[in-house]
Structures are given as C-alpha cells and as structure tokens.
Design a protein around this ligand. Sequence first.
Ligand SMILES: [Zn+2]
Length: 262
Amino acid sequence: MRLILIFIFTFFALMSFSADLSGPWIKTKSHRITLYTRPKNYSKTVSPDSTAIRNILKEQEKVIDYINEALKTDFQSNVRIYLLNYDEAKAKIGTNGGGFCSPNKPRIYFTYYNLQFHNTIRNEYEYIGVHEMVHLIAKYELGMPNSRFFGEGYANAVEGNYGSKMIDGHYVKTRNDSTLQKLRTKGKILTPSQLLYNDSIKEREYYPQIGCFINWLFKQYGVEKINQLYTLEKDQIENGFNRVTGETFITIEKKYMKSINL
Ligand SMILES: [Zn+2]
C-alpha cells in the first residue's frame, strides 16, 4: 500500500516552492473559502465531485472557527484553497504528501486524496485538516513566524496529529499525544531546549513533540501569553518566555518534563 507510506510523512512545509496553478479549475465559494478543484476526468486520479466539494468547504469553514477558538483570534478573511489531483500534485506543488500554505498570500495548496481522515481530537472526518490553515491564520493574526519552534509548533499543536494509519478500512490520524507515549518508551523524548535549538531533528520526530510542548504551554500559561512570542527570532525566545510568564526557560522545561513523567 503506497498510500500508507506516503501519509506517514504528510504535511510538508514547502514554503519556497512556487506552485503551478494553471487551469482549468472549478471555482466554488462559501463564506470565507474559495475552493479551486479540477473538473471531472481532468487527470488519471479522481477529481472532487460536487458532494466532496461541499464537504471540503464545510470542513474548512469549521476548521477556521476551530483555530480561532484555539488561538483566541478572529480571522474572517477569504482564503483560496487550490486542491490538486493526486497524480499532478507532486509536479505542480512539490508534494503529494499533503500541501503547504503560501508564504505571501492567503492561500493553501493541497493534494486531493478522494478520502477523508478521521481526526479523533475534533471527531471530524477531514480532507485537508487543520495544520496548513493554522499556518495561514497565525501569520495573518499574529505575524510572520521567525522560528520553526513557533511556526511548526503552532500548526502541530492545534492540528494535534501527525501522519495517519489505516484502521478497519479507514484512515485515522495519529495523535501527537500517543506518538509521545511511544517515543517515551523508546527513550526518544526531546527536551524543550532541543526543540528550540536543534534545527536538524527529523520532521516525524519534531512535529509531534513540538506540537505536544506548545499545546502544554497553551494550557499552562494561556494562549494569549504565548501568542506574544510567536514572531520572535530564535535567540529572543528564552527572554520572551521570561517576560510573559515570569519563569525562566529552564524552569518551564523542568515543569514540562515532569508533566510527561520524565
Ligand atoms: Zn507546517
């Protein structure tokens, strides 16, 4: 099953890739989303039909509300989502393992899989999910991130999942908290300092762990305080924590490691 392997490494951040968006497209709008999909029989893999289009629009409208609630933001602008068919996505947007959010426009480029993934945190079946929309909303509401720590941290914290597995004939997203438990038994847990300073950690280890840590910060200190740190450069982040929480990064790190029984 080729699909299974692909979805283990899903949700690439390909910020520098410039997407090839040549038509034809079918354009469908809802309140804040304009969705661009391929017409029927456009390529060898399936294009979304009218039911899928309706469900994707509904999904992403709810995703915006979900993120606004999680981040205490009020993003209400229009977002363009370009959904490329699976067999063209790699050549046109640089990946068919998810997609990415445009660095300078309110746009998401994503692969259409003709199936939904069960997100057990939201208890919703998703085509596109939460991750890329978090990048987009955070950028417009909080500013441009200047660290992987917060940029990917926020996307993975609110998404809450990384990768997926086929269970009983449908795809279920793998929760970051369960990945953390597995990594703990393997002795592969990274400290917050490692998450902040080591830029060479592989995505599949980094994303679930930074997601869990940032999520813990939201619960421990309140998202409004952590939002004030979102745009900081890496070398300003420790000072930033001290300023908004009144605690040193070392203290925060000790508390977090204790919270996950380490
Ligand atoms: Zn990302």
